[in-house]
Ligand binder design. Structure first.
Ligand SMILES: [Zn+2]
Length: 117
């Protein structure tokens, strides 16, 4: 697996969501919020509720998952299922790069209802 490509993809997606958050916030406050080239670092520093409050719950949830996926990349356990510890299918990671569980566990969870482990 090309973890650098995955990381780049996650960072791009995070940037997109953060940009949306940022413009939503600017809309709310009538302020412009220019972002520097060093965007990734800035996002980490500004990972505040204030910014995240400005975007939808689903976007916020996706951002949380992206953050967690980036952390797992750093820790080298990105492809490990958080539930059963088996490797997550590559095709699944390609489709949902921020998922933390394998297909079996994701389906089991859906069958058992949300957020039960
Ligand atoms: Zn699993």
């Amino acid at each position: 697996m090309d973890t650098e490509a995955v990381r780049a993809r996650l960072l791009r997606r995070r940037e997109e969501l953060e940009r949306r958050a940022s413009s939503a916030k600017a809309d709310l406050r009538h302020e412009s919020d220019p972002l520097s080239a060093d965007f990734a670092e800035q996002v980490t520093q500004r990972e505040s509720d204030e910014v995240l409050d400005a975007i939808s719950e689903s976007a916020r949830e996706e951002l949380r998952q992206i953050q967690a996926a980036l952390r797992r990349l750093d820790e080298g356990c990105y492809t490990d299922c958080a539930v059963c510890g088996e490797p997550i299918e590559e095709g699944r990671l390609a489709a949902v790069p921020y998922t933390d569980r394998c297909r079996n566990c994701a389906e089991g969870e859906r069958a058992a209802g949300p957020r039960r482990r």
